[in-house]
Design a protein around this ligand. Structure first.
Ligand code: IVH
Length: 668
């Protein structure tokens, strides 16, 4: 049992702290099960620091209070490079000219909840929230469920009593997933990863905490008794890492305030790509001796400062809620906002997703709301400040008929989405369908942009993709901003588009749920349009990617006279493609295999690599799972490669891949 405990803790450490697992999950699970078996056989030998004991205690009625012997302080903020220069000057002055330049530890300021972990002789005995800095709450049972927190310190040399401090946070991906699940169940969502982390930590039932994707990153120590620590802050953190705690891999020690500025700028660029939210950078004087000399003011140390990034959340007012009709008739409520600068851009619209989301937010027109824009994610209304609701606020009323064409609106079973049933008589759906048809991955007609499509439909010149090809130059010259040059360009690109491929054509038709990959599978399976339109449901279901829902959408399309008439007109207009030789995919060398391509492929490029794989019968997936047959990884491969290694999936480089293609006769 002891050796299993040691082994499992070491696997946990590699996986959660170093991000570098050495064994597949299956092996980990086997060890854990074996230990569980032994523990149920010999319950008297179960120890509180066993890896099996991370969740187990009964739910609490309330949290006990904890007093922090060494207070948990806060940080002063700086909002500009100038304020950093002031900070540096204050430090040098206070050190009485004994120093000409200072060494700083630079650390991303994680946006989560501050916690204190107390270890007695290396065993975790208490976890606590910061509270007001003097008194916090005892959340020991909850922190024990977090895999990156060791129940027992590794190695040796740690002080007999050691309090470690850091931030518990929820990585962005875990946060999105958690909210997605909540949304699908009609439950309340979390406003941001910080609230999600704090809320998850303060659960009276640790079993709930255990299901939340939380991580801990350490940034300092509090109480230290019965032992010595190094003289530099960064060295202490490195030591913590050897004892099994997680520290931020992006931390760095620099000299002088200009270097702090450079660090800040470099991280600002990477902010959106980080796996977790940060709201700034913390700069700390690295020498503990100097920290001591500098001391504290009321609630913050003089030797540290947090330089904040521009906010990703702001307050603004909802001026109105409008309804947009998409390509498939889905009606989406969109909040029109009083313009607000958030996450680096001015935001004046935010999607409200669907009726359920509006109900969940409890949103009224006129409300003040928290708008959140993190990274490239589209702006969201995160929550409503109900206390600021004006008297004349009005509820959001969903349309009884399509706001664009007046057709009936239906709410499909199990769907939060309202849909306009007008199909292609709806101008909004016409526009969206044509924009899809001309888009780059469909017919690639670059002379026809989104604005032009709106104009053409509004002027009644075009009502579907086919009518694009019967446009006459004279009809267009009257349009705003239409010069001879754009006209030539338009007709030239229409002409070029006529020579296309079957998969592009199928994709361009915009059949519901038929994306690029499905269109390709359909084309390869049937080889010609004639075979495809005359396929029965069971024949459609034979195609990879095609399930009952997609089959149903396809059959509806093929049964619609209007749709078939559009296809007919398109072909009359001269759209052509080469039919595809159909090979029984079961006989292809990579049939039934799923491959993933990641990183940069220098010779082939990723899309060429994918098309080779598809020709050989393999399915190409976007993510790695236990069912992945093989991963082709080039330079720069990241999480997918890591996942493959973790799962023990075969990984080959580009050279090996090309060799395989040559062996299979797919490439010269
Ligand atoms: S040091 C005495 N380092 O920011 C210094 N704090 O605004 C105390 N935080 O309560 C904190 N990352 O929750 C420190 N690398 C970091 C941090 C960090 C995030 C949080 C922490 C603290 C708050 C202060």
């Amino acid at each position: 049992m002891q050796s299993l405990r040691v082994q499992l803790e070491s696997y946990n450490y590699q996986y959660y702290v170093l991000d570098d697992p050495s064994i597949p999950d299956s092996e980990y699970d086997r060890c854990l099960r074996r230990l569980q078996e032994l523990e149920s056989q010999y319950p008297e030998l179960v120890r509180s620091d066993s890896p099996t004991q991370r969740v187990g205690a009964k739910p609490l009625d309330q949290f006990q209070q904890v007093s922090h012997e060494v207070p948990m302080l806060s940080l002063d903020n700086a909002f500009s490079a100038d304020e950093m220069v002031d900070f540096n000057r204050r430090l040098l002055e206070r050190l009485g000219g004994t120093q000409s330049t200072l060494e700083f530890a630079c650390e991303p300021k994680l946006d989560g909840a501050a916690v204190s972990l107390l270890y007695h002789n290396g065993v975790l005995v208490r976890g606590a929230t910061r509270g007001d800095g003097k008194t916090g709450e005892d959340i020991t049972q909850n922190v024990r469920t977090i895999p990156s927190i060791p129940l027992r310190l590794r190695g040796e040399g740690y002080p007999a009593e050691l309090e470690i401090r850091g931030e518990i946070y929820m990585p962005k991906a875990g946060f999105e997933k958690l909210n997605e699940i909540a949304r699908s169940r009609g439950e309340k969502t979390f406003v941001n990863p910080r609230n999600a982390a704090a809320g998850s930590l303060r659960q009276l039932d640790a079993k709930i905490t255990a299901t939340r994707p939380l991580e801990m990153c350490c940034y300092s120590v509090g109480l230290v008794r019965g032992g010595e620590l190094p003289e530099q802050h960064a060295d202490i953190l490195s030591l913590l890492q050897t004892w099994g705690l997680r520290i931020n891999a992006d931390s760095q020690v620099v000299t002088g305030i200009d270097a702090c500025d450079a660090y800040y700028e470099a991280l600002a660029v990477r902010r959106d790509d980080l796996a977790y939210d940060i709201d700034g950078i913390v700069f700390k004087v690295n020498s503990l001796a100097l920290q001591d000399r500098l001391g504290f003011v009321s609630r913050a140390p003089r030797w540290a400062i947090a330089r904040k990034f521009p906010a990703q959340e702001e307050l603004t007012q909802v001026l109105d809620v409008e309804f947009q009709v998409g390509r498939t008739g889905a009606i989406t409520p969109v909040a029109r906002l009083a313009p607000v600068f958030v996450g680096g851009v001015t935001v004046s619209n935010a999607t409200l997703h669907n009726m359920d989301e509006v109900a969940r937010l409890g949103l009224y027109i006129g409300d003040t709301v928290v708008v959140r824009r993190a990274g490239d994610v589209i702006p969201q209304v995160a929550s409503v400040v109900t206390a600021r609701r004006p008297e004349d606020a009005s509820p959001v009323v969903f349309p009884q008929s399509c706001p664009v064409c007046g057709s009936v609106v239906e709410r499909e079973e199990d769907e939060a989405t309202l849909r306009c049933m007008g199909g292609l008589i709806c101008a909004a759906q016409q526009k969206a369908a044509i924009k899809h048809f001309v888009s780059r991955r469909a017919m690639d007609i670059d002379g026809v942009g989104a604005k032009l499509v709106d104009q053409l439909v509004d002027e009644g010149l075009v009502k579907n993709s086919a009518s694009l090809y019967s446009l006459e130059p004279e009809q267009l010259l009257s349009l705003e901003r239409m010069g001879q040059k754009s006209l030539d360009n338009l007709f030239a690109s229409l002409e070029v588009s006529k020579q296309t491929t079957l998969p592009r054509f199928i994709f361009a038709l915009g059949i519901r749920e038929v994306g690029e990959a499905t269109a390709l599978s359909l084309a390869n399976h049937f080889g010609s349009w004639e075979k495809l339109v005359s396929a029965t449901e069971s024949q459609l279901l034979e195609v990879d990617d095609v399930g009952p829902v997609v089959a149903d959408h396809l059959l509806q399309f093929f049964a619609s006279q209007t749709s078939l008439a559009v296809v007919h007109t398109l072909r009359q207009a001269g759209i052509i493609w080469a039919d595809i030789d159909v090979v029984d995919s079961g006989e292809l060398p990579l049939a039934a295999q799923t491959w993933v391509v990641t990183g940069k492929l220098e010779t082939l490029g990723r899309s060429e690599a994918k098309s080779y794989l598809q020709k050989l019968g393999a399915k190409v997936a976007g993510s790695v799972s236990a069912r992945t047959s093989c991963v082709v990884a080039g330079p720069g491969a990241g999480s997918k490669l890591a996942k493959a290694t973790e799962l023990g999936v075969e990984v080959i480089d580009e050279a090996a891949f090309i060799e395989l293609l040559q062996q299979l006769g797919a490439k010269e």
